[in-house]
Design a protein around this ligand. Structure first.
Ligand SMILES: Cc1ncc(COP(=O)(O)O)c(C=O)c1O
Length: 429
């Protein structure tokens, strides 16, 4: 009888290929990974297993709000872990209560549910919408074409991209996509079964496309009129990434009178909330905050003392160090520099857009230096960035996303622009 799995061979040689082999044999291949094996990080820099240093402009896909190996996060983790790591949600504990207060205070009257990821936060919003519509038999949630809401079964049904749904049918019922930033289409899209509309403040995976202020305000009016919940996915664009706590606060700065009264009914959060400690949450506006009552929803690890202690520390540091201002200023400078590069190298960069430190650089449709192989232009560009010493995140086939730590320093931003320019200049015909 073979009841003991033999121990895997020890990693004896620090080679990327050795690690890749471990993955090839043992890790389910759902990710198309880059040929980079990272070992450690410090602030906005990371080092690979061979000691090569990279400027991290991807921030672990908008997660590492305070960069890597932040000593204050380490301290919060150590201190809380000496007290209580996990307790379950059978009991009360102070960090969860304090974090819920701190998050709600930055949005508006309402309450928070804690979970573990962005997809799970959105699942909670879907359940909220179903509870809300239940008495009247309404259940449908409208989402935007090109949107991204996570990889669970309901998440892919909500997502407005065919590639995430392929091979996983039948889709969870009750989701329908409408064109993004098109109010007329939203109005026409509402059916007697509709209970909610869900939008990202800035479409992230879809290519860094902000929602237009008029559209957002129009959706709010439409939701009032038709008695729908207006839900926002703030997983990627939230937590100060745009320069304000939530993206709608930044987007509506252009409309100060209307912004004063604006609130969505629910917002999902994750990524930067835990700065690398896996956690998610959703906020629900006051009249609906008790719709999900005792027994209706739950998750074992949600809002653990450890996760909440980290998230509280991140909020404290963001506020103390004025990182919202830094995000706004450094982001505007970075975007301006990339726009300068777009003007100088139009055959390589087609457009630059974004808010704060959520920037999308759209590559030209055809860059002659790129091979026509299976790797998309965005992936080929990022491979060259790696060689030049920076990390960034692809979005679709042609967009390179810049999502660095919110405490990215001006000299690091300058280093990043220099690295990007060195790659762009070589690609320019
Ligand atoms: C807007 C948005 N929603 C939801 C998700 C899913 O989050 P998670 O991967 O934590 O489940 C993501 C992840 O990229 C996202 O960008």
């Amino acid at each position: 009888m073979r009841d003991i799995v033999p121990a895997p061979p020890a990693v004896v040689c620090n080679q990327v290929q050795t690690i890749q082999e471990l993955f090839r044999k043992n890790v389910i291949p759902t990710y198309a990974r880059f040929d980079v094996a990272l070992q450690r990080g410090e602030g906005s820099h990371v080092w690979d297993i061979n000691g090569k240093r990279y400027l991290d402009l991807g921030g672990g896909i908008a997660v590492c709000a305070l960069g890597h190996a932040n000593p204050e996060i380490t301290q919060a983790l150590v201190e809380q872990s000496r007290l209580l790591v996990h307790a379950s949600n059978l009991y009360y504990h102070e960090p969860q209560g304090r974090l819920a207060q701190a998050l709600a205070r930055r949005i508006g009257p309402g309450k928070i549910f804690f979970c573990n990821s962005g997809a799970e936060a959105n699942e909670g919003l879907f359940k909220l919408a179903r509870r809300f519509g239940d008495l009247e038999g309404r259940f449908e949630i409208l989402t935007a074409q090109n949107s991204f809401h996570g990889r669970t079964l309901a998440g892919i049904a909500a997502t407005g991209q065919a590639k995430v749904k392929k091979g996983f049918g039948p889709m969870v019922a009750g989701f329908r996509q409408i064109p993004f930033n098109d109010l007329e289409a939203a109005r026409k899209g509402v059916s007697p079964a509709t209970a909610a509309i869900l939008v990202e403040g800035v479409q992230g995976e879809g290519g860094v496309l902000p929602v237009e202020p008029e559209y957002l305000l129009g959706l709010r009016r439409l939701c009032e009129e038709k008695k729908l919940l207006l839900l926002m996915d703030g997983v990627q664009c939230g937590h100060f990434r745009t320069g304000r706590f939530q993206s709608f606060q930044r987007i509506l700065e252009e409309k100060p009178e209307a912004a004063a009264d604006f609130l969505p009914d629910g917002i999902s959060m994750a990524k930067s909330l835990g700065g690398g400690f896996p956690m998610g949450a959703f906020w629900v506006r006051e009249p609906y905050a008790d719709l999900l009552d005792a027994g209706s929803h739950g998750t074992t690890f949600g809002g653990s003392p450890l996760a909440c202690a980290v998230a509280l520390k991140i909020l404290e540091v963001i506020e103390r160090d004025h990182l919202a201002d830094n995000t706004r200023k450094t982001g505007a400078w970075f975007k301006g520099e990339l726009q300068r590069l777009a003007a100088k190298y139009p055959a390589v960069i087609q457009q630059v857009r974004g808010l704060g430190l959520m920037i999308g650089m759209e590559l030209a449709a055809k860059i002659p230096a790129f091979s026509a192989g299976e790797k998309s232009p965005s992936v080929q560009f990022i491979n060259r960035l790696h060689a030049a010493g920076a990390l960034a995140v692809p979005s679709g086939t042609h967009i390179v996303r810049i999502l660095p730590a919110l405490n990215l320093r001006p000299e690091e931003a300058a280093e990043g622009v220099g690295i990007i320019e060195s790659v762009v200049a070589k690609l320019s015909p």
